[in-house]
Design a binder for this molecule. Structure first.
Ligand code: 5GP
Length: 201
């Protein structure tokens, strides 16, 4: 049995990543998702344990000291981290998993797991990104400004990703994303078992 594949999704806050991922999981219910542990305050539309586990700075630092994270980052004053054990368990049992992290987190994971597939979600333009960040109405102008600056820094990091998906029309972006996962499954190295079986090796 092949191990599960690790797919990384990144993109500045406001690119529509959440909506894209929601559609993705509707179409690929067998794909697992890595729930991050974060210290940012919960937003009104968020459910604990769905995308994030909301924990205190103290809890986070304890997990960090005990080496429980695959990667972690400090983002706009809050910690975000990917717990290691659920990811490893998933791939050991052959299930694919999607991890959402920022550019910094993706680089850390790539170091530890060189065969991850990294996918960056781009907004169609800077103006559209600004519009999406503002219209969400959940953050103060100060936080929006910080998120925009962070977005530009993130987009600079997109050149290190394997793939880029432009989220202009949602359905097209979801199809592009699924096509990337399909192409990944066709890699020769993932099909050596079948090749050898056919050749009776
Ligand atoms: P937000 O606060 O808007 O939910 O997320 C802020 C940023 O943190 C986004 O770029 C998101 O992709 C990133 N992020 C979410 N979870 C993690 C994580 O576990 N690790 C890292 N490094 N970044 C994360």
């Amino acid at each position: 049995m092949n191990k599960g594949r690790v797919y990384i999704i990144s993109g500045p806050s406001g690119t529509g990543k959440d909506t894209l991922m929601k559609k993705l999981f509707e179409k690929l219910p067998e794909l697992a998702f890595s729930i991050s542990s974060i210290t940012r305050p919960i937003r009104s539309d968020e459910v604990p344990g769905e995308k994030y586990n909301f924990i205190s700075h103290e809890q986070f630092e304890k997990m960090l000291a005990e080496d429980e994270f695959l990667e972690h980052n400090l983002y706009v004053g809050n910690y975000y981290g990917t717990p290691k054990t659920p990811v490893l368990k998933c791939i050991e049992k052959g299930q694919d998993i999607l991890i959402e992290v920022d550019v910094n987190g993706a680089a850390q994971i790539r170091e530890k797991m060189p065969d991850v597939v990294t996918i960056f979600i781009l907004p169609p333009s800077l103006e559209e990104l600004k519009r999406r960040l503002t219209s969400r109405g959940t953050d103060s102008p100060e936080v929006i400004e910080k998120r925009l600056n962070e977005a530009l820094r993130e987009i600079e990091g997109s050149v290190d990703y394997d793939f880029v998906v432009v989220n202009d029309k949602l359905e097209k972006a979801v199809d592009d994303f699924i096509n990337i996962l399909s192409v990944d499954k066709c890699k020769t190295e993932l099909n050596l078992g079948l090749i050898n079986k056919i050749l009776n090796k």
